[in-house]
Design a protein around this ligand. Structure first.
Ligand code: AMP
Length: 301
């Protein structure tokens, strides 16, 4: 059965949103991705945390059946991120990033992981993403995410990375920043010209667009919600639903990839309903299918 391997951040997040604030709660790109994907297929993660990482958070990650053989505990402090969504729910304003144990992290890939064929490089330093992707030359599906600081500071490395991935996930603002194009169609085309087979441009509450070599393949709105409490991790949860669905179905034809976009949107909609990963603690596969059916009815003409 297909398993998914991810590398990315595990973080202690401090987040302010229009409805509240959380302090040093479980976050990180690999955390959100793997928890979301775990509802579809088995996931293993590679990441590092410091000595201060609370044992209860490690058990929480484990409680989703996520493989943590590749979770390295290092001397020092866990990665920390502080962000605010007070001005714009669709776009995080980074207040502080402390890489801490991630600043000199050289991941060790456990033996049993070498043959995986679903790899997701969640948002982290692109040098680290490139280091890992080079070790998985035979991966059937490789996805990656990134963010504004890496696009600004490490564009050349990111371009090298894009040559090696089949799926790239970016926010609309990141796609514009990367491409220098304000038009989303041109931005999508530019990103695909760098190598990936598919580019997914996430547009927050406005949904997501899927680009393939032949052009724009599919667009869907976001699942409408009465209340968004914390948008943190929406992008990673989206990628988790998307790649999780692909691994479950075992295909990447256009129809499967379109359906994956709906599952990505659904998982993102759950993520934002509560702070940190809390909504996933009271989620089951039936809830996902129920929301998926509701969503399909909504977007059918
Ligand atoms: P998302 O909202 O899906 O884009 O991702 C939010 C998560 O990304 C948060 O939980 C943060 O801990 C994590 N994050 C923020 N900045 C970085 C960074 N520079 N590198 C890795 N992870 C980050």
């Amino acid at each position: 059965m297909n398993r998914i391997l991810t590398i990315g951040s595990i973080a202690l997040d401090t987040v302010t949103t229009p409805t509240g604030r959380s302090g040093e709660v479980l976050g990180g790109s690999a955390t959100y991705f793997s928890i979301s994907a775990s509802f579809f297929r088995g996931v293993d993660l590679i990441a590092t945390v410091g000595e201060d990482f609370p044992a209860k958070y490690e058990s929480l990650i484990g409680s989703f059946g996520i493989g943590i053989k590749g979770l390295e505990k290092k001397k020092g402090r866990t990665f920390r991120w502080e962000g605010s969504y007070v001005d714009d729910l669709n776009c995080a304003k980074t207040i502080k990033t402390q890489l801490n144990v991630f600043s000199d992290f050289k991941p060790r890939i456990p033996e049993g992981y070498k043959n995986i064929n679903y790899l997701f490089l969640a948002n982290i330093d692109p040098d680290l993403q490139l280091y890992v992707v080079k070790k998985f030359k035979n991966s059937q599906v490789t996805g990656c995410d990134s963010m504004d600081i890496w696009i600004r500071n490490k564009k050349t490395v990111l371009k090298k990375l894009l040559r090696r991935v089949s799926f790239v996930f970016l926010n609309e603002s990141e796609a514009r920043l990367f491409s220098g194009e304000s038009n989303i169609l041109l931005a999508g085309r530019y990103i695909l010209s760098l190598g990936p087979k598919f580019a997914i441009v996430k547009r927050g509450e406005h949904g997501a667009a899927l680009f393939a070599k032949q052009g724009l393949l599919f667009m869907a709105p976001a699942f409408p919600l009465d209340t968004v409490n914390d948008p943190t991790g929406a992008g990673d949860a989206f990628a988790g639903g998307f790649i999780g669905y692909l691994a479950k179905i075992g295909k990447t034809d256009n129809s499967t990839v379109r359906k994956a976009l709906l599952y990505g949107s659904i998982m993102a909609s759950f993520a934002v309903e509560d702070f940190s990963i809390n909504r996933f603690l009271r989620l089951n596969k039936k809830d996902i299918e129920a929301r998926h059916n509701k969503f399909k009815k909504l977007i059918r003409p």
